[in-house]
Design a binder for this molecule. Structure first.
Ligand SMILES: C[S@@+](CC[C@H](N)C(=O)[O-])C[C@H]1O[C@@H](n2cnc3c(N)ncnc32)[C@H](O)[C@@H]1O
Length: 418
């Protein structure tokens, strides 16, 4: 097994072989501005979608590709042949991209690499001793989560930066966890403070074959001259590019996704910026995991029970009623008349909001219960289920596949939009 064989994968493929669609690869290469590449690296090259797009843009490149999958090289050669790329200007190495031997194998000291493109596997690899060296060389060793939960993408990013020469550029696709989750905030801080992140472009779902993982392109320059601001964009499903948002680096430490900052700027300019945490509300998370909920002998209310017909409505949930003499009921978080329920986890959690008009129901831990004073309940349900509220919830949730909304974020929900 390779040293980086996964302990957890975002998807089912053991090597994370989800290839980039050709138009997204060309788009990624177009994001590299003001640069004249000579020697280009593609770690985890797969069938070469990214480096072939680069070869189409810059015809006199030398290309270095590395992949651990021995079966992929022939399809790569064939594609390069189709664009008449000279064999002698392509070197393919069948190796672990996270090996410490790579600088020697690629001869990076005598012949520096000035450009890299990369779409790493979205998985958590089994930790290997050599990873520490890669992280130490690039300064990331003290700002990553526990080894057992560090994404391969963070290691591929560090390895690229380690292999690149000064003033070189890297265009890399990173999963949403690195872009927006709290566990990677120190990682983002180190990246933005020590490297010039020129732009971040949030990609639409469906940018890859075989997965609808959420991800962003980062264009990074390896230089000591780092500016105070960075530009973030969003690519739509119709491939239209949003306007540029300029954010401070400090805001980028928090998150780097377009939707989040777009909403933040809107709420900041909003006349009323009272949030859920300013109001006298109690937010609680349901108590039963999915497996526990299958074992107990009473109905349990889950996100899948919030159908589109219930969205934003006061709904009678008496048919989920938990018997009043049910033994564990006093220890469980229950939804009752007047409560607002909202999904905590799910691909479209922003569309799962309802109010309880009747019933006493046990909740799974995928649901938040919001208990608000009677006078504000209608207004709150309307705000959460308005177009703006829906957009806000969607942009504050994070996750590569299923999205999550933290209680901390939910409490910052603005009670009024302009
Ligand atoms: C998400 S795919 C991307 C492929 C290609 N770059 C693209 O954009 O279509 C990730 C690739 O990384 C390769 N890979 C996974 N783990 C690797 C490792 N430790 N070293 C080298 N390649 C690896 C897989 O075989 C796969 O081809």
């Amino acid at each position: 097994m390779p040293s980086s064989s996964p302990i957890r994968s975002t998807n089912s493929d053991v090597l994370g072989r989800y290839y980039t669609r050709a138009d997204i690869s060309s788009f990624l290469v177009e994001q590299i501005d003001d640069h004249n590449p000579r020697r280009l690296l593609d770690l985890g090259a797969g069938a070469g979608s990214l480096s072939i797009a680069a070869a189409c843009r810059w015809s006199d490149l030398e290309i270095l590709t590395v992949d651990i999958d021995s079966g992929i090289a022939s399809s790569y050669q064939e594609k390069l042949g189709r664009i008449n790329f000279q064999d002698s200007r392509h070197l393919h190495i069948h190796a672990d991209a996270l090996s410490c031997e790579l600088p020697d194998l690629l001869d990076t000291i005598r012949n520096p690499i000035d450009t890299a493109v990369c779409n790493p596997p979205f998985l958590i690899p089994k930790w290997s001793k050599g990873f520490s060296e890669i992280l130490e060389d690039t300064g990331f060793s003290h700002c990553l989560p526990l080894p057992s939960s560090t994404d391969a993408a963070a290691l591929f990013l560090a390895q690229n930066l380690r292999l690149l020469g000064d003033n070189s550029k890297l265009a890399i696709i990173l999963p949403d966890s690195l872009v927006s989750s709290f566990k990677y905030s120190k990682f983002r801080q180190h990246l933005l403070t020590n490297y010039e992140v020129e732009r971040v472009v949030q990609l639409p779902r469906g940018a890859f074959y075989g997965t609808d993982a959420l991800a962003s392109i980062f264009v990074i320059k390896k230089t000591k001259v780092v500016s105070e601001f960075l530009s973030i964009f969003k690519l739509g499903g119709d491939r239209s590019l949003s306007n540029r948002l300029v954010i401070s680096k400090e805001h980028g430490f928090e998150r780097l996704d377009y939707n989040f900052h777009y909403q933040r700027m809107r709420s900041r300019s909003s006349k009323l910026s009272i949030t859920l945490s300013d109001a006298n509300v109690l937010v609680s998370r349901g108590s039963l995991s999915t497996s526990q909920s299958k074992k107990i002998e009473c109905p349990v209310f889950h996100t899948s029970d919030i159908g589109s017909e219930c969205y934003g409505q006061w709904v009678d949930l008496s048919h989920f009623e938990c018997p009043s003499d049910f033994p564990a009921s006093s220890k469980l978080i229950m939804g009752a008349a007047g409560d607002i329920l909202i999904a905590r986890v799910g691909r479209n959690l922003e569309a799962k909001v309802l109010g309880v008009s009747a019933g006493n129901v046990v909740l799974t831990d995928c649901i938040y219960r919001i208990r608000a004073p009677e006078a504000m309940r209608n207004e709150l349900l309307s705000a959460l289920s308005s177009a703006d509220g829906r957009q806000w919830l969607s942009s504050h949730a994070y996750g590569v596949a299923a999205k999550h909304l933290t209680k901390f974020d939910l409490l910052s929900f603005p009670l009024s939009f302009d």
